[in-house]
Design a protein around this ligand. Sequence first.
Ligand code: PMP
Length: 370
Amino acid sequence: TQNATPGVLSLEPYKPGMPLDELQRQLGISDAIKLASNENPLGPSPKVKAALAEAIANQDLALYPDGGGFKLKAAVAKMHGIDPSRVTLGNGSNDMLEFLGRIYLGPGRAAMFSQHAFAVYPIVTQSQSAEAVIVPALPRSHPTMPLGHDLEGFKKLWRDDISIVFIANPNNPTGTWLPAQDIEAFLAFVPKQVIVVLDEAYWEYLDPALRGDVRGWLDKYPNLVVTHTFSKTYGLASLRAGYALSSPEVADLMNRVRQPFNNNSLALLAAEVALADQEHVRKSVALNNSERARLEAELARLGLSWLPSQANFLAIDFGRDAAPIHQALLQKGIIVRPTASYEMPNFLRITIGTPAQNDRLLKALQEILQ
Ligand code: PMP
């Protein structure tokens, strides 16, 4: 093992949460709930299951999938009003982050991202033996965006060896977001040879009034790559599908490094059917927003604070080590996400669930905290 690259040897593996069936087995119960991974509690559009059942019955599963993802790419391009040559498909949007790392990072190069940002950025960086330039987040006491990305700080720490910047908007695990004009100003600041990845995994949850003109930015900044996923609002985390919007040149580079059949045929089909059902997306976002507001009101009643969120989760601040609360919730059959590995040991990240799931979480928190 010592002959592995220094970058890989420096890595900590990503730790996925406990699977739901494992907790049910451990507790001997059948009604445990998972509010840990920011999935859609409504699941995908009902049309997806029907299409998958039909495909499993009639498709020849021995054949390779469409390696070019022609139909899904066309649908994504149409929805965003851009040419299909600017769309890349991935096995989850993580796949695209990995492609970009392989294309732009290596020894002697650096990636820049925020403290308390998404866990995959350091993995992608270190696996390429590149250096991570981690920008301190805004302070907890910041009036509007506590622990959010500090783009002024990104500028202050700028170095010439940076070849890629990762920005999550909204960010995970904080839920914080960036004003569109700040993103645009940052794009104007970054040298044109440096790739800026705008990771918009939670884009559908972002208030439309807060969204930037991403299409305009893509035209103006050929070094911009925007990533989206089918894992969140579209409710398809299990099947793994995501996509990137970029210049055709960057899409061409991503196509060179991706595995020829990185999306399986069922994921391609499910994503295509899910994308066509925007009514389900609206319904999912509306439920998320009303339940998030209700949870916030109830958390305030419990004397808790949390970070402002434009996503489908809340980072709750317990003001003390949250590990015992995480364990106590597990004992009550509720899986949430500890954020100690994100340098936020006093927080737990909880996904907004269905009204019944949220009621159960609130009741459990009240019992644990009293
Ligand atoms: N970016 C962010 C900010 C995320 O939170 C996630 C999911 N946890 C992803 C990307 C990757 O999601 P997926 O690979 O399922 O598309």
